[in-house]
Ligand binder design. Structure first.
Ligand SMILES: C[S@@+](CC[C@H](N)C(=O)[O-])C[C@H]1O[C@@H](n2cnc3c(N)ncnc32)[C@H](O)[C@@H]1O
Length: 411
């Protein structure tokens, strides 16, 4: 079994086809299990006894069915995979592993607090901008206001929905980002989730979790040594907040020292996102010593980095320091720009220094497979930081339990 199964079904042998179907079935069951576990945990957190009871019964029933299913999959050698996925919840973890998980949970909890600080500043800043300059900012009322009896947060959510649907389909256009209510809705819906995704993905590399399998140690050491970051398709900057929080928790930087020297935020609608980035930079990242300096710059991944429109970004990245930054993060952008990003990333990867890291998060793995096919094999080594991390056979599938996350290191 290998990446062979990535070929279209009509090119597969009967055996490969049946293996592929088996893996897909397994993935579906993993997803179902995760859904049930999440629902149960949420009910426990909400202290909702009725849903908790109901969810427990449903999860128990599912796990019983799973046992039967395992007998069926035994012949396909999938039991080991199933066990990999189940390890963290079904066995007692070593103390070091549990410590690492507790630190991750603390980092994710801190994101909630940082987000609240950021969100309050954002609301204030947008409000004062609107008062001083009504030309560029449509009125963005506070979340607790109502219009025609509808909560503003619902209004923001509805506006963001249109944007999100277009992002998913890859049909977003620059003018859709002019709607600051939609951008506010995006922040409300995605900011914390994406910051936490960066943390939970990278924590998987913590050597204290080695009980789950062999992890490439060079990635962890390089990660903790990162002093400069570029976020490509940064949006409101959630990925960077997750990364610096991760570094604060896991790198041994002295408390009074700034964690990261420079961050470059890059986006094709930077003029629209900058009002959302400023409160994060000036109100959180710099005063709380996460970051010493930050630049916001236009950059379009649909065009090669060498093209005139990307010149400022290229200069910022590579003029000051040969080889550019230590870590490039791209989250939920490749799927949105579907394969039209190859020239841009080829340029960046070619110009990056050896040892530079690239973190990618996408809803599914297809664009990441395409990245590795075209740019990866000779220039980068990589590790999947998602549900497929310890299941090489599952890595060839497009689906994951949760998003697909890939970390690459330039050779
Ligand atoms: C789905 S959002 C992701 C934002 C953030 N990284 C996150 O994970 O929440 C995609 C981002 O990519 C930006 N984007 C879309 N097309 C782009 C392009 N051609 N070049 C650069 N950025 C682009 C959008 O403005 C938006 O900020």
């Amino acid at each position: 079994m290998s990446s062979n199964i990535l070929r279209p079904n009509h090119e597969l042998t009967d055996r490969e086809l049946s293996e592929k179907r088996g893996l897909k079935r397994l993935l579906k069951r993993q997803m179902r299990r995760r859904k049930l576990e999440v629902r149960l945990n949420q009910a426990i957190m909400r202290k909702d006894a009725v849903t908790e009871q109901f969810s427990r019964v449903e999860l128990d029933q599912f796990l019983r069915e799973e046992e039967n299913e395992l007998f069926k999959t035994q012949s396909m050698n999938l039991v080991a995979l199933e066990n990999d996925y189940n390890t963290s919840s079904s066995t007692i973890l070593p103390k070091e592993h549990r410590e690492s998980e507790a630190e991750q949970a603390k980092a994710q909890y801190d994101i909630e607090e940082l987000y609240q600080t950021y969100y309050d500043l954002l609301e204030k800043q947008l409000e004062s901008k609107q008062n001083g300059n009504s030309e560029h900012y449509e009125k963005t009322p506070k979340a607790c206001d109502t219009t025609n009896g509808t909560l503003i947060k619902d209004h923001q959510k509805a506006e963001a929905r249109v944007l999100l649907i277009n992002m998913t389909k890859g049909t977003q256009t620059v003018d859709m980002f002019e709607n600051s209510t939609a951008l506010m809705g995006y922040v409300r819906q995605k900011f914390q989730e994406r910051a936490c995704l960066a943390i939970s993905s990278l924590c998987k590399l913590d050597p204290r979790r080695a009980d789950l399998g062999q992890q490439p140690p060079q990635f962890w050491n390089l990660l903790l040594a990162c002093r400069s970051i570029c976020s490509i398709g940064c949006g409101p900057g959630c990925d960077v907040l997750g990364l610096v929080k991760f570094l604060q928790c896991f790198a041994a930087t002295p408390k009074d020292e700034t964690l990261v020297d420079r961050v470059i935020f890059l986006d094709w609608t930077m003029d629209k996102w900058e009002p959302f980035l400023r409160p994060l930079i000036d109100g959180v990242l710099i005063p709380q010593k996460y970051v010493a300096s930050a630049d916001c710059v236009f950059g379009d991944v649909l065009r090669p980095l060498s093209e005139d429109c990307n010149q400022t970004a290229k200069d910022l990245l590579f003029l000051q320091e040969e080889g550019g930054v230590d870590l490039y993060v791209t989250s939920y952008l490749l799927t949105e720009t579907r394969g039209k990003w190859h020239d841009f990333y080829r340029d960046i990867i070619d110009m990056a220094k050896p040892g530079a890291l690239f973190l990618f998060a996408e809803p599914k793995a297809w664009q990441l497979h395409s990245l590795m096919e075209q740019h990866g094999s000779t220039k980068m080594e990589y590790v999947w930081l998602d549900s497929s991390m310890y299941s090489p056979m599952m890595q060839a599938l497009e689906g994951r339990v949760g998003p697909a996350v890939l970390l690459c290191r330039k050779l």
